[in-house]
Design a binder for this molecule. Structure first.
Ligand code: DGL
Length: 270
């Protein structure tokens, strides 16, 4: 067995990279739904169906614990999955919680009233679905007061990354950051709320400027997963080999993944 990492495409590799660096002896099975990416422009039902198909595949591969390394699926489908889809003994965690914990400086289980936190102006970059769901702002409001979140739906960025067109992706990032700054000229912090975006972290940082703290979702998720596995060692699984599965064209997806992670990655067909 191994821990499953799910994404609509290549973006979850940024999480996979962080978790494997942090836990080199843990095996991971990665599922990229590249045939159906992007999820960010789909409706909730569609995202739920595609996500649960991926989860079932990862269960068949022997994973008991799956990380939804996809903000879009985490925002649109995770709650319903946890409420009505998970069989006994299976767990599914999203990528929102560690980020909100870091931003609000408190643990998820802390049910005390919302309080002031150090950052007041936060720029959120994500795909259209989580932006319109306002899931991030809702979770934040339970825990923090006085935080102004300006969200920018970054249309086109995921498609450009999946197509390997990084010049276009970088140009889109610059224009989305400009659009955000027209609404919030001086954000103190930025959240790259799509796991594809760390592949363009340099462009985001350059466009945002040196004064904006960019939260690294991948490393927060990695720290949180390590803590979870220490508390739930039965979820670690026993497999020794990691594996990469895609619903897309394995050759094309492997080439892109190898380019992004700078190490040889071989995907097999779903
Ligand atoms: N990487 C994903 C996310 O974190 C999904 C992007 C998409 O498929 O639109 O939101």
């Amino acid at each position: 067995m191994a821990v499953g990492i799910f994404d609509s495409g290549l973006g979850g590799l940024t999480v996979l990279d962080a978790v494997s660096n942090r836990m080199p002896s843990q095996s991971f099975i990665y599922y990229g739904d590249n045939a159906n990416t992007p999820y960010g422009v789909r409706d909730t039902d569609d995202i739920y169906k595609l996500t649960t198909t991926g989860l079932e595949k990862l269960w068949d591969e022997g994973c008991d614990l799956v990380i939804l390394a996809c903000n879009t699926a985490s925002a649109a489908a995770l709650r319903s999955i946890q409420e009505k889809f998970l069989p006994n003994g299976k767990r599914c965690l999203g990528v929102f919680v560690p980020l909100i914990e870091a931003l609000t400086e408190r643990n998820w289980g802390d049910n005390s009233p919302p309080r002031e936190v150090s950052v007041k102006n936060v720029a959120l970059f994500a795909t259209p679905a989580p932006v319109s769901s306002r899931a991030f702002q809702r979770e934040l409001a339970f825990r923090a007061i006085g935080v102004d979140v300006e969200a920018q739906a970054c249309g086109g960025v995921v498609d450009a990354i999946e197509d390997g067109d990084l010049i276009l992706a970088e140009a889109l990032v610059r224009s989305h950051v400009d659009a955000l700054k027209r609404k919030m000229p001086f954000p103190e912090a930025a959240i790259l709320g799509c796991t594809h975006y760390p592949l363009l972290e340099k462009s985001f940082k350059e466009s945002l400027g040196p004064d904006v703290k960019v939260f690294s979702q991948a490393s927060l998720v990695a720290a949180s997963l390590q803590d979870y596995l220490e508390r739930h060692p039965n979820m670690k699984g026993a497999a020794t080999a990691s594996k990469f599965i895609t619903t897309g064209d394995p050759k094309k997806v492997s080439d892109r993944a190898t380019q992004f992670l700078q190490r040889k990655i071989d995907f097999e067909r779903f």
